[in-house]
Write a protein that binds this ligand. Sequence first.
Ligand SMILES: [Mg+2]
Length: 249
Amino acid sequence: MKPFMFVTDLDNTFVGNDTALIELSQKLNQHRQEYGTKIVYATGRSPILYQELKQEKNLIDPDALVVSVGTEIYLDTSRVPDSTWSEKLSAGWNREVVLSTTADFPELVPQPDSEQRPFKVSFFLQETASTKVLPQLSSRLKARGLDIKLIYSSGIDLDIVPQGSDKGQAMQFLRQKWQFVAERTVVCGDSGNDIALFAVGNERGIIVGNARPELLEWHNQNPANHRYLAKDFCAGGILEGLKYFGLME
Ligand SMILES: [Mg+2]
């Protein structure tokens, strides 16, 4: 057995099937100790909401934690985000300019402070107002020289983040840092915001059996031999996929 890089979304992917989660965590921990396998969590959660889940489900410590839509990477158990990644995101980003621009849109309601991050500004935006606000906001921000993207999801959440930040790009940054080839890297997910993980390159992909329609639809439209659609749900599906790819017994 050789080391590999294991990257997983948390909600409804790694977490959601308690029995299988215990088995998978034990196997991954053992693989890490014996062969130097790296474990990465990639979640849309903020650091605070990640800590809540970690406590609740007794998650094993990852080697790297990607949080807040890929805008922050924490190595080992560091409390300070990786500065190389932060520097990459700084180009074309200016939080103050984002805030002064969004202040002109009364439809944008700020999300709680815990969700406001150095490289992420988050609002609630009603779906009815979104068709008018989003294009206007996007062109105003770009006119002010910012290289950003707007992520609008669930008909209510709006995240404004640097163009270069998503789970997939954060994953590749770590893969290159630790020098894993795509064939020794596996990414796991269940929903639309995990498409960034699956679409960025040729890494092995595991789509859990409980995947949401938007991910299944994307998978059907973009079939690939290096992607496996599991039958079992959450961690059970991940165990199935790791066997399928011969990464773990
Ligand atoms: Mg998920």
